[in-house]
Ligand binder design. Structure first.
Ligand code: NAD
Ligand code: UFG
Length: 349
């Protein structure tokens, strides 16, 4: 495979994955409506890699536009990052979440089969395990009860892709269940740029570290964990991005359906992450303890061995690397990508 269509490529994980793909010699076509991202990220990926990206500012909900892009570009695989991802917002706007995430995915699949494209990698999430009975979770662990529409869309899309792979023997599907991606490219040029108040731990800490926010709110210190705060499997976004390159290579050798956890296999508590970040930035990060956040679980981390045994992929970077790279990005770009001009429209509909 040579040419990859990256749907949602301007976003946080997509931009890092495009960087790895280009560095590994793939050609990249990016389709993103820039709903939650900036064209500046695409330009910076081109700058880091000294390679060009075919960029289309288009909405995946528009099947005609997507079809025209496939006709023009003839990609051999799709990596599907596009979707809405804020858990709390999904509870308030379920229809928007189901519509955008499910219809985008179904449009992509329908257009793929009409254009002879038989390979798709999907961004799933540890959220499909719900509140696991046993950690570490393996790919065999049962799916759990999901408490929000965002998580439901991940689980439903997994099911759609499994059913479609079963019906269409030419279709190769890799479902990647990400644990908690954090950090940034070591250049400090691309990183996570949440709009408004960050929902996730590390982007919030990063904004406290650069003075954009006053104090971290720790959501609960009465969980059944060593220090009472929630434990997660944080993974460096560059390791995660490399997991997609491994998945592409693997699907050429081993067609069919595959599911992999992408994590490090080690859990860190909120306070452990906070202290690692303090070390990385050389500052104290003030925090207060708030009540638990609705829907949060105490502990989740994975057993990542299957990805290593089958695809030869494993996470290499430490929590120190994750915090240092996050801080480099945030301190050099305190306002993220800032105000940027609109992207050029490659294709008129
Ligand atoms: P992101 O919001 O930064 O990137 C998603 C991109 O998709 C954005 O650039 C957005 O503009 C685009 N998009 C959304 N709807 C679109 C549409 N209809 N048409 C075209 N483009 C559209 O998110 P991310 O953190 O990079 O996550 C990528 C994927 O990984 C998402 O599917 C997310 O649910 C999943 N995931 C993320 C995490 C995490 O912690 N970041 C964890 C597990 C899974
Ligand atoms: N936390 C805080 N303060 C904050 C933010 C988070 O204390 O301001 C705590 C949470 O309570 C949790 C830990 O930090 O214990 C991690 O929280 P995140 O929001 O960073 O990550 P989650 O594990 O809750 O959520 C992530 C993804 C979701 C996905 C979920 C399950 O962001 O998209 O994992 O896979 F659904």
């Amino acid at each position: 495979m040579k040419k990859i269509l990256v749907a949602g490529g301007a976003g946080y994980i997509g931009s890092h994955t495009m960087t790895e793909l280009l560095s590994e010699g793939y050609e990249v076509v990016c389709v993103d409506n820039l709903y939650n991202s900036s064209y500046e990220a695409v330009k910076r990926v081109e700058e880091i890699t000294a390679k060009k990206i075919g960029f289309y500012q288009k909405d995946l909900l528009n099947k005609e536009d997507l079809s025209a892009i496939f006709a023009a570009e003839r990609p051999e695989a799709v990596i599907m990052f596009a979707g809405y991802k804020a858990v709390g917002e999904s509870v308030a706007k379920p229809l928007e979440y189901y519509y955008n995430n499910l219809v985008s995915l179904m449009n992509v699949c329908d257009v793929m089969r009409k254009h002879d494209c038989h390979n798709i990698i999907f961004s799933s999430s540890a959220t499909v395990y719900g509140d696991p009975e046993k950690v570490p979770v393996t790919e065999e662990s049962p799916k759990g009860e999901i408490t929000n529409p965002y998580g439901q869309t991940k689980s439903m899309i997994e099911q759609i892709l499994m059913d479609q792979a079963n019906a269409d023997k030419d279709l190769n599907v890799v479902l990647l269940r990400y644990f908690n991606p954090i950090g940034a490219h070591e250049s400090g040029r691309i990183g996570e740029d949440p709009q408004g108040i960050p929902n996730n731990l590390v982007p919030y800490i990063a904004q406290v570290a650069v003075g954009r926010r006053e104090v971290l709110h720790v959501f609960g210190n009465d969980y059944d964990t060593a220090d009472g705060t929630g434990v997660r499997d944080y993974i460096h976004v560059v390791d995660l991005a490399k997991g997609h390159v491994s998945a592409l290579r693997h699907m050429e050798k081993a067609p069919g359906l595959h599911i992999y956890n992408l994590g490090t296999g080690t859990g860190y508590s909120v306070l452990e992450v906070l202290h690692a970040y303090e070390k990385a930035c050389g500052k104290k990060i003030p925090y207060v303890v708030d009540p638990r956040r609705a829907g949060d679980i105490a502990v989740n981390y994975c057993d990542p061995r299957k990805a290593f045994e089958e695809m030869g992929w494993k996470a290499e970077k430490t929590i120190e690397d994750m915090c240092a790279d996050s801080y480099r990005w945030q301190s050099r770009n305190p306002k993220g990508y800032g105000e940027t001009e609109h992207a050029p429209i490659c294709l008129q509909s």
